[in-house]
Ligand binder design. Structure first.
Ligand SMILES: [Zn+2]
Ligand SMILES: [Zn+2]
Length: 403
C-alpha cells in the first residue's frame, strides 16, 4: 500500500480542445484529473477529452499489474463538476466504461434542467443516437450514481470529500479531497462576485495543500469583455490562495485562444504575487507526501528529442528567485523542423534525412541525424536553389548511442 497520494493532470484546457501548435506545451485536452489516494482509492475529476488518455493508461496498467487487490478490474470514483461539454465529452472515449470487470461510482448534482438522475441522463445522452455509433447498453462496467449538492460531505475509505457551489451558468460544484497525505481543492468554472459563493470557496480552500483554480482569462478581460462568462483569472486565484492560506495554487482551465506564451505570462504575473503558483499542464503530476508537494512536468511534446553534445550559455532563475548565468553542455535537444536550401526538389509529403555535423568535431555523438517529412517546397527560392521546409519525425531506429 502506498503512503503518498498522486494527482495527474490529463486535461487542462477550458471550453473546447485545442490542437494549435502554440497550445501544445500546456496541452489541448479538456478537464480531467486523476487522484490516487494513499490507500489506493482512485478519483477521476471531470471527464473532458483528457479522460481518453487516462483510460488507455489505466488499461495498460491493469493488464500489466492487476490492481493489487486480487482482481483485474478498475475501480474509480468519478466526481463531475457540471455538465458543460468540456467536462463530459470524453465519456464515450473512456474504454474502461465498456469492460464488465470495472466499477465506477459517479457523483454530481441534480440539474434543474434535467431533474432526477441528472448525471445518469447526461452519460446516456452522450451515447444516444444519432450522436454516437455505440449504444449505452455496450457500457458494461458497473455504474452507480450519487447526487450531491454544495455543502455535502462524505468519505470514501480514507479520503474525506467536501463540496461547495461555484458561480457559473447552470451551476457547478467545487470538490475538496482531504487525505492523510494532504488536501486538494478542485475549483474550476467559477467567476468571482457573488459574496456568498466567494466566501464558500474561501472556506472550502482553507489551508489546502493544492488549490486548482479557474484562470481562463486575464484580469483585464475578466473586468471587461468576459465579465459574466462564468470564469476567473490568476489574480483572483492569488487572492483566494492568500486569504485561505493555500500552499500551492494551480492555474487551470486555460482559454482555447491562449497560446502557451500567454499562459507563461499569467504564471509569471501570479508568481510575483504568490510564489507557490503553477500552471496546469497536460501530463503534469503532483505527489503529496510528508516532505510536501513534489511537482513533475511531462516530457516536451514540442519536437523530437535528439541526443548530442555542444556547449551553451544558460541564463535563468533559481528555485529561490536568484538570477544565474552559466556555461553548460547541451546533451539533448528538441527540434521541430528546418528550412533548407537544396539543389534537388524533394516531393511534398516524402521522407528525407538531415544530418548536421558539429563544426570541427570528430566525435560521433555530436552528429545530429534526423528523419523528416517535406511540408513545403518553393522552387528557385534562393540563388536558384529550392527552399524546402521539413518537419522532423520520430526515429524508427533506436537513437544513436551516446559516448
Ligand atoms: Zn469548463
Ligand atoms: Zn462550464
Amino acid at each position: 500500500m502506498q503512503k503518498n497520494a498522486k494527482l495527474v493532470f490529463w486535461g487542462v484546457r477550458g471550453s473546447t480542445p485545442t490542437i494549435e501548435r502554440d497550445s501544445w506545451r500546456y496541452g489541448g485536452n479538456t478537464p480531467c484529473l486523476e487522484l490516487t489516494a494513499p490507500d489506493g482509492v482512485r478519483f477521476i475529476l471531470d471527464c473532458g477529452t483528457g479522460v481518453r488518455m487516462l483510460g488507455n493508461h489505466l488499461r495498460a496498467m491493469h493488464n500489466r499489474w492487476g490492481d493489487g487487490h486480487g482482481d483485474s478490474g478498475i475501480d474509480a470514483h468519478v466526481l463531475v463538476t457540471h455538465y458543460h461539454w468540456d467536462h463530459i465529452q470524453g465519456i464515450p472515449f473512456f474504454q474502461p466504461f465498456f469492460e464488465p470487470q470495472n466499477r465506477f461510482h459517479f457523483y454530481s448534482f441534480q440539474s434543474k434542467y434535467l431533474g432526477r438522475n441528472s448525471l445518469r441522463q447526461v452519460l446516456e445522452a452522450q451515447l444516444a443516437s444519432p450522436y454516437f455509433p455505440v449504444d449505452v447498453s455496450n457500457m458494461r462496467a458497473s455504474r452507480s450514481f450519487r447526487e450531491v449538492a454544495g455543502g455535502d460531505q462524505w468519505s470514501v475509505e480514507g479520503t474525506h470529500v467536501t463540496t461547495a457551489w461555484l458561480n457559473h451558468p447552470q451551476d457547478c460544484l467545487a470538490y475538496r479531497l482531504d487525505m492523510p497525505a494532504g488536501s486538494v481543492v478542485y475549483a474550476t468554472d467559477t467567476e468571482p462576485g457573488v459574496p456568498e459563493k466567494d466566501h464558500g470557496l474561501r472556506e472550502l480552500a482553507h489551508g489546502a495543500d493544492v488549490l486548482i483554480y479557474d484562470a481562463q482569462y486575464s484580469p483585464e478581460q475578466l473586468a471587461s469583455t468576459r465579465k459574466g462568462w462564468g470564469h476567473s483569472s490568476w489574480l483572483e486565484g492569488v487572492k483566494i490562495a492568500r486569504e485561505s492560506k493555500v500552499r500551492n495554487l494551480v492555474l487551470f482551465h486555460h482559454d482555447p485562444d491562449s497560446s502557451s506564451r500567454v499562459i507563461d505570462g499569467f504564471l509569471s504575473a501570479a508568481r510575483q504575487e504568490f510564489p507557490g503558483t503553477w500552471a496546469a499542464m497536460e501530463g503534469m503530476s503532483m505527489t503529496f507526501s510528508e516532505r510536501g508537494i513534489g511537482v513533475t512536468l511531462p516530457k516536451s511534446r514540442l519536437g523530437q528529442r535528439r541526443r548530442l553534445r555542444f556547449s551553451a550559455t544558460v541564463k535563468g532563475e533559481t528555485d529561490d528567485g536568484r538570477v544565474f548565468e552559466e556555461r553548460a553542455t547541451v546533451r539533448d535537444l528538441s527540434v521541430q523542423g528546418a528550412y533548407l536550401c537544396l539543389e534537388s526538389r524533394p516531393r511534398l509529403q516524402s521522407e528525407l534525412t538531415v544530418s548536421i555535423d558539429a563544426a570541427g568535431e570528430d566525435d560521433r555523438s555530436s552528429l545530429l541525424a534526423m528523419r523528416a517529412t517535406v511540408v513545403h517546397c518553393e522552387p528557385g527560392r534562393e540563388h536558384a536553389q529550392n527552399g524546402v521546409g521539413v518537419v522532423f519525425v520520430e526515429d524508427a531506429e533506436p537513437e544513436m548511442p551516446r559516448d
